[in-house]
Design a protein around this ligand. Structure first.
Ligand code: HEC
Length: 252
């Protein structure tokens, strides 16, 4: 039998306020984190609410849709060039947009078929300018690696601190079998690793997007259970003891 030096219900008042203040602020922080995810990632597919598509667009991007140039040449720009010119441009864009082909053919086609509008209307990009062309050639490949590395390490360092203290406070809870406690304490760490690993796997393959949602949901749930249990045990049972609904049995 292991020895528990103190329990949440009988810990001294100053420690109770310290623990409670921390848990309340961190709980509020988790709520805002959830709101922030809904507003940034949640809107990635243009619809409110977090979905698997949002995760795919954020990390994998819209690679399957291709570039804006190709999309427009298949869409509203379709009638602005003869079919063989269109096909040549699409092929050029999809095979890496080489500068040689641009010099040999594509720039001439653009001058002839696109520039009458694009070099003269100020609200649409002048595609004869290679810098403007480059913008419409870009394919959305999701968050750049540099951003993901930065966010990954901040996420792992920062959130593990939050789980460390939530878990530590929770070790002083009573009435929960040590094994269950140990599982509940380790779950957020495990899901945090799954979450961040899944970002990277989603970048490689959109099929992993589910794990991002499972990971985030898993650690939020485990943290919420620990926060509520700890707050409850610190304040509610001692309150009941001081104001018993019926006299305790040993009062006789
Ligand atoms: C008759 C005028 C006209 C011609 C010719 C024309 N465009 Fe456009 N283009 C527009 C207008 C207007 C828009 C903005 C409305 C839209 O996106 O459909 C546009 C938009 C685009 C866009 C999206 C730009 C952006 O950043 O949103 C691309 C890409 C594009 N055109 C490519 C081409 C290509 C390639 C050609 C030549 C094969 C071409 N266009 C010929 C009028 C023209």
């Amino acid at each position: 039998m292991e020895i528990q030096r103190f329990t949440l219900s009988n810990v001294a008042l100053p420690l109770k306020t310290l623990f409670s203040g921390y848990l309340l602020v961190v709980g509020l922080g988790l709520l805002f984190a959830g709101a922030q995810i809904m507003l940034t990632h949640g809107m990635a597919d243009g619809k409110i609410g977090l979905s698997v598509d949002d995760i795919v667009y954020s990390y994998y991007g819209k690679r399957d849709e291709g570039s804006k140039l190709v999309a427009k040449l298949n869409g509203s720009m379709k009638d602005n060039a003869p079919p063989e010119v269109r096909m040549a441009m699409i092929k050029w864009a999809e095979t890496g947009a080489s500068p040689e082909q641009w010099d040999n053919r594509i720039s001439m086609d653009v001058d002839q078929y696109c520039s009458p509008c694009h070099a003269n209307i100020s609200t649409i990009p002048d595609l004869s300018n290679p810098a403007e062309m480059k913008k419409v050639l870009a394919v959305d490949e999701g968050q750049p690696m540099a951003t993901m590395t930065r966010v990954s390490h901040i996420h792992l360092f920062g959130i593990s601190f939050i789980f460390f203290f939530i878990g530590w406070i929770f070790t002083y809870a009573t009435g929960i079998a040590p094994l269950h406690k140990a599982i509940l304490i380790s779950v957020p760490f495990a899901f945090l690793i799954i979450d961040v690993l899944a970002w990277w796997l989603t970048k490689l393959n959109p099929g992993f997007a589910w794990f991002v949602i499972i990971g985030g949901f898993g650690y939020s749930l485990a943290a919420t259970i620990m926060i509520f249990t700890s707050l409850y045990q610190m304040w509610i049972p001692p309150l009941r003891k001081n104001h018993p609904a019926s006299p305790p049995a040993d009062a006789r």
